[in-house]
Design a protein around this ligand. Structure first.
Ligand code: SIN
Length: 276
């Protein structure tokens, strides 16, 4: 791939690339937008350094890629319902994004991608790990690909979101219904046409049509499989770094190894479409 306006340096041949030569606080020209989009399609998660963005600039960057998604339960800064605050400090009992997952896969139309801007990073630790769902699918044997390729899985959220976020008002829909959905276990990416595994340890609760024990065993196998280091890259944050991941083909896991230090940032999430 030839890039004219940005520089793209892969973190590994499988997943991840760091992009330089662009100021995301400025409106993106069409050529630069198209090159960033190409880099995301090729590398699945892309990283930027030294980006000083206001909440409005962060949202404007996200909106180049689609409508913004509103999280069903997470609190947002006043006046910015499309922003999700990511914060951990000495008082935290848990952090956002622990455990391998694709964001809000319990939604019927789960997010296309997420853009996380970290403003305060711990002195060390606090990395985010990313796994390629394409690489995980490609590494399966042909009989296993054929088996899982015909299956659907249930994704639920109540077990994850209930009681979290100290929410006292209503949820996104105003009715306090925790989202859930059924999606194919193997998802075809609508842009690249590549297949990837689309079950995860946080939201996927069962495989439809299998007995309980079979479903548990298969989910345990697939969740363990995504944990293979050869499918991964790992990003070490500094203040004003950005990670932009494609939830249709990437899982991520936020590593909480920095307690009691503070880590703080904001995420903008882009609305996706129905997986097929
Ligand atoms: C998330 O969006 O899941 C949180 C990721 C992170 O904090 O690194």
């Amino acid at each position: 791939m030839q890039y004219q306006t940005i520089t793209v340096e892969p973190l590994s041949p499988v997943i991840g690339a760091e992009i330089s030569g662009v100021d995301l606080a400025q409106p993106l020209g069409n050529q630069t937008f198209s090159e960033i989009h190409d880099a995301l399609m090729t590398h699945q998660v892309i990283f930027f350094r030294d980006q000083d963005l206001t909440l409005d600039q962060h949202k404007a960057f996200g909106r180049r890629f689609g409508e913004l998604h509103i999280h069903p339960t997470a609190p947002a800064p006043e006046g910015h319902p499309e922003i999700l605050t990511v914060h951990a400090d000495e008082n935290s009992e848990r952090v956002a994004g622990q455990g391998w997952h694709s964001d809000v896969s319990c939604d019927k139309e789960p997010p296309l991608g997420s853009i996380l801007h970290i403003q305060k990073a711990p002195e060390s630790g606090g990395d985010t790990m990313f796994a390629s769902a394409y690489a995980a699918y490609d590494a399966l044997s042909e009989p296993m690909k054929a088996f899982v390729g015909g299956l659907q899985a249930r994704h639920e959220s109540k077990h994850r979101y209930f009681g979290r976020n100290k929410r006292t008002g209503t949820m996104r829909d105003g009715e306090n219904v925790y989202p859930e959905a059924t999606h194919p276990v193997v998802r075809t990416h609508p842009v690249t046409g590549r297949k990837g595994l689309f079950v995860n340890a946080v939201f996927t609760t069962r495989i439809e049509g299998l007995k309980e024990k079979e479903s548990r065993a298969l989910l345990d196998f697939l969740n363990d499989h995504i944990n293979t280091p050869e499918f991964h890259c790992r990003f070490a944050w500094r203040a004003n770094s950005i990670a932009f991941w494609d939830n249709r083909c990437v899982q991520h896991h936020a590593v909480w190894d920095y307690y009691p230090q503070t880590r703080h940032g904001h995420r903008v999430t882009i609305q996706g479409d129905r997986p097929f």
